[in-house]
Write a protein that binds this ligand. Structure first.
Ligand code: S3P
Length: 464
């Protein structure tokens, strides 16, 4: 049993995390997973060569790169440091994509599957998108409906369709104005990518603004993106038929990876951690704001060192709207107290809820996560995973339908826990293990490689 960074994909590797007496050090994050997926896909939409530096090499982003290669783009990984690599993409634009010879394997990645479904909706050939057992449980109706409205043919098994998903694209697509029934940046992005191949203006309305990387990155590539407030919420739109320019981009550090260190640093009684080069896009920084509201001592400082989040070539009035803001973060041991989080907070911090639940278990009072049902549709049923995992650590947890309440009165004790094959649980339970008394055994450390392959190396570094 060891810290399991080099484990082969798919092999469960148990890991032992002992209580840490103190946490100190500097962390450099892996490249943002959401931005890396989009940078790869948008590079395949461009006619030319794009480079993507500081990018994720996690298994999810590797799946996206492999799917684009199967469509005919050249997507070599040029190297770099683990977690922050450079991809180069050479493409002739979507007109050069060819019908894939086999199934497009999206592995564990919902973002790969849903964004590619949108991208492929405007290509006049048949693709089949599939993945692992977890991906095969993820709901698809949310993308099938809007993409059908736009004129693509999509089908998937079951009354509540799930992968494998067959997409028979149509060129050109019909533009649409679509109000999303579930808050989802993947759905929004899939429709916007399809909108690039539609005649006229395609608009998506969302009641709460989910992560807006696609919008920023389209602007950085010369696509006109509209944004306005309408009665039902925020509307974002693209004009079909525009040119997507090839650009060179630097990806910021992944705030969803930073979340583990923010909670570890704030909840541990003897900690000071510095996190370098973290993306702090306003639509992604809810984890910082919620922890601040819980009393966490977090400083957000201008990023020292190399520029990140910059797209070379983005200039003029749109430059600011096209960039991704980056900061250094310093977190220190804090007296945390409970907060009450509603469905909008859950949507804004959707990937960070597992580790926020660990913070809640260390906070004074009872923290509530209300209307958290979307968590059931992630890489695992995260509501059930939080409830059983934190109960094993001795926390007070009550799950009532889609509402979760976590009391922080009891000290955490080391436990044997299962990740359910979900990378966020491998890392959230490791954070709990650093804080808890005794020793924690996590059944599958290898799943962290989906988004943060070096995570367990960093765990050993910060306790030193
Ligand atoms: C993502 C959006 C979110 C998030 C996922 C990444 C993205 O999913 O949970 O990890 O990159 O657009 P939903 O759109 O399903 O909420």
């Amino acid at each position: 049993m060891r810290s399991a960074t080099a484990a082969p994909a798919g092999a469960a590797v148990p890991v032992r995390v002992a209580h840490a007496g103190r946490l100190r050090g500097e962390l450099r994050l892996p490249g943002d997973k959401s931005i890396t997926h989009r940078a790869l896909i948008l590079a395949a939409f461009a006619d030319g060569v794009s480079t993507i530096a500081g990018a994720s090499d996690g298994l999810d982003c590797r799946a996206t790169a492999a799917c684009l290669a199967a469509l005919g783009a050249e997507v070599p990984l040029l190297g770099g440091e683990p977690g922050r690599v450079t991809w180069r993409v050479r493409s002739g634009g979507p007109g050069s994509w060819r019908e894939p010879a086999g199934v497009l394997d999206c592995a564990n990645s919902g973002t790969t599957l849903r964004l590619l479904a949108g991208a492929l909706a405007g290509r006049p050939f048949r693709s089949i998108l599939d993945g692992d057992a977890s991906l095969r449980r993820r709901p698809l109706a949310r993308i099938i409906e809007p993409l059908r409205l736009m004129g693509a043919t999509l089908f998937a098994p079951g009354p509540d369709p799930h992968p494998p998903l067959t997409v028979v694209g149509h060129a050109p697509l019909r533009s649409t104005s679509y109000r999303v029934p579930v808050l989802s940046a993947q759905v929004k992005s899939a429709i916007l990518l399809a909108g690039l191949g539609a005649e006229g203006r395609t608009a998506v309305v969302e009641p709460v603004v989910t992560r807006d990387h696609t919008e920023r990155m389209l602007r950085a590539r010369g696509v006109r993106v509209g944004q306005r407030q309408v009665e039902a919420g925020s509307e974002v739109s693209v004009e079909g038929g525009g040119i997507v320019r090839a650009v060179d981009e630097r990806v910021p550090g992944d705030i969803s990876g930073a979340a583990f260190w923010l909670v570890a640093g704030a909840a541990h009684p003897d900690a000071e951690l510095t996190i370098r080069g973290c993306g702090v896009n306003p639509t992604r920084r809810a984890i910082i704001d919620i922890l601040l509201a819980m009393g966490a001592e977090i400083e957000v400082r201008p990023a020292a060192g190399e520029p990140a989040g910059v797209t070379v070539g983005a200039a003029g009035a749109d430059a600011a709207a096209a960039e991704e803001p980056v900061a250094d973060l310093v977190v220190r041991s804090s007296e945390l107290h409970a907060v009450d989080l509603g469905p909008d907070d859950v949507a804004r911090a959707i990937d960070e809820i597992p580790v926020l639940a660990v913070a809640a278990a260390c906070a004074r009072g009872t923290t509530r996560f209300r209307g958290a049902g979307e968590l059931r549709h992630k890489e695992s049923d995260r509501l059930a995973g939080i409830a059983t995992g934190l109960a094993a650590f001795g926390a007070e947890v009550a799950l009532d339908g889609d509402d979760l309440a976590i009391g922080g009165a009891r000290p955490l004790r080391g436990a044997a826990v299962t990740t359910r094959g979900d990378h966020r649980f491998a890392m959230a339970f490791a954070v709990a293990g650093l804080i808890a008394d005794g020793v924690t055994i996590i059944d599958d450390a290898a799943s962290a490689a989906v988004s943060y392959p070096a995570f367990f190396d960093d765990v050993e570094r910060v306790r030193a």
